[in-house]
Design a binder for this molecule. Structure first.
Ligand SMILES: Nc1ncnc2c1ncn2[C@@H]1O[C@H](COP(=O)(O)OP(=O)(O)OP(=O)(O)O)[C@@H](O)[C@H]1O
Length: 196
């Protein structure tokens, strides 16, 4: 269970939310409302006040890198820090993530590609695969399919749905109402930095 209690930072919040394993909640609201700020606070990427816990363990009780491996944020524009794709993944990723790579319509050779040659959509699909590689229990998805063609959107949604069936909790920011309806049974509307 992911619990968010009175999570706030400056003019953002307070936010309260509880999500059980396998649940997905869409964070909706206009541009600039504070959706990404909320996701970044949950991932402990920005300082915040309030309480966030996973199965009763407060995030303060564990080192930040361990928290972020369990509660993983996928930015709308993910960063790449090494030359090749493979350097961003654990060594066993090509075999372990093969079914998900395939569902995302990426070829087996993709791990050998230089990051510089990746298209925008390839970057977005690889960033989703990278976020899944650490085996997160909570995935914070910030417009995860904004640059994808319809077939790739379906592939990404199938990958997310399969992980949810295995217990993954998802917080999803999406501006596509149809995608929100497909992926998330719950909604958290945000306006002017607060729950609306
Ligand atoms: N670290 C920060 N500190 C203060 N203000 C911030 C910070 N990050 C973003 N903001 C501002 O807070 C507001 C909300 O930003 P945020 O990125 O959460 O919007 P959003 O709801 O995700 O919008 P979009 O749909 O356009 O991505 C914006 O006005 C932004 O400029």
């Amino acid at each position: 269970m992911l619990r968010i209690d009175s999570l706030r930072r400056g003019r953002f919040g307070p936010f309260d939310l509880a999500l059980a394993p396998g649940e997905a909640c869409a964070v909706t609201g206009p541009s600039g409302a504070g959706k990404s700020v909320l996701l970044r606070m949950v991932a402990d990427l920005d300082p915040s006040e309030g309480r966030v816990s996973l199965d009763g363990t407060d995030r303060e009780a564990m080192p930040a890198p361990l928290w972020r491996r369990q509660v993983t944020y996928l930015a709308a524009e993910p960063g790449w820090w090494a030359e090749t794709v493979a350097e961003h993944f654990p060594a066993d990723a090509p075999s372990r993530l093969a079914p998900e790579r395939e569902a995302l319509r990426l070829p087996p050779e993709v791990f050998g590609w230089p990051v510089a040659r990746l298209s925008t959509g390839e970057r977005q699909r690889l960033a989703l695969l990278r976020a899944l590689a650490g085996g997160p229990r909570v995935l914070l998805l910030d417009e995860p399919t904004a640059s994808l063609d319809p077939d790739s959107v379906r592939g990404a949604e199938a990958v997310i749905a399969r992980r949810r069936a295995a217990g993954l909790i998802v917080l999803l920011v999406s501006h596509d109402p149809a995608q929100v309806a497909r992926l998330a049974a719950r909604r958290l509307a945000v306006a002017d930095g607060r729950p609306a």
